[in-house]
Design a protein around this ligand. Structure first.
Ligand SMILES: CC(C)(COP(=O)(O)OP(=O)(O)OC[C@H]1O[C@@H](n2cnc3c(N)ncnc32)[C@H](O)[C@@H]1OP(=O)(O)O)[C@@H](O)C(=O)NCCC(=O)NCCS
Length: 191
């Protein structure tokens, strides 16, 4: 993409369809999303705010936010096609994605340990927790299995109607199994 084209890139609030999403996420090789297109579409649909970058209608990049619009603004997924990078599109996407959340104090994100990403986010005012200068601050993350039916040891059986038993249990009180992370104890044979 030439510098002249960059001026024509349109950044707007927009939720691309499943095919476009898959094509964009494939271009950055984000397998965790592309191997499960339904979850990818649900993630975009369920986001608080989504912005895209397009040139002549072609999707070049996307950024999305999860937020309560009051106390927390989580920036999730900022991606630009490899052919369109280092032309300010990522920066424009982040600024547009955060625009509705100017009044929200706490802005967080998770990303890979990569010098380019560090430079990118630092150029946008983000700092790593260890650099913030508040020694009491810690960041925690938990990654659960993609498919709890396959991977947790207590392996509950789905009811014959096909309804996900985790979905029903998730609406009840949050008592979790002690040996299976994230699994409601009511569904676990281990407790
Ligand atoms: C990270 C990413 C979104 C940046 O998009 P981009 O459009 O290339 O970024 P910009 O052109 O707006 O860069 C803005 C500034 O960030 C910094 N920056 C961006 N990419 C950088 C890199 N690879 N190395 C060093 N600095 C970088 C620079 O300071 C840059 O300004 P400059 O070009 O004037 O020096 C893009 O590289 C990408 O899609 N990567 C793959 C997906 C990803 O890892 N996303 C982040 C985790 S969610």
């Amino acid at each position: 993409m030439s510098g002249a084209d960059t001026a024509d890139v349109v950044i707007s609030a927009d939720r691309p369809d499943g095919e476009e999403l898959l094509d964009l996420y494939t271009s950055v090789a984000w397998d965790a999303y592309t191997r499960d297109p339904e979850t990818l579409t649900a993630a975009i649909d369920g986001s608080s705010y989504v912005v895209t970058a397009r040139l002549d209608g072609v999707l070049l990049g996307l950024a999305r936010v999860i937020s309560d619009s009051a106390s927390i603004c989580y920036l999730q997924d900022v991606l630009v096609r490899p052919t369109a990078r280092r032309q300010g599109i990522g920066r424009r996407l982040v600024l547009a994605a955060l625009q509705p959340y100017i009044g929200v104090r706490q802005k967080v994100l998770l990303t890979d340990d990569d010098p380019g990403q560090r430079a990118f986010y630092e150029s946008l005012g983000y700092a790593e927790v260890r650099d913030v200068g508040r020694t009491s601050l810690r960041a925690f993350v938990r990654f659960d299995p993609f498919d709890p039916f396959e991977q947790h040891p207590c392996a509950p059986v789905a009811p014959s109607g096909g309804e996900n038993p985790f979905g029903a249990a998730a609406r009840g009180p949050a008592r979790l199994c002690r040996s299976c992370p994230g699994i409601p104890s009511s569904l676990c044979h281990e407790t």
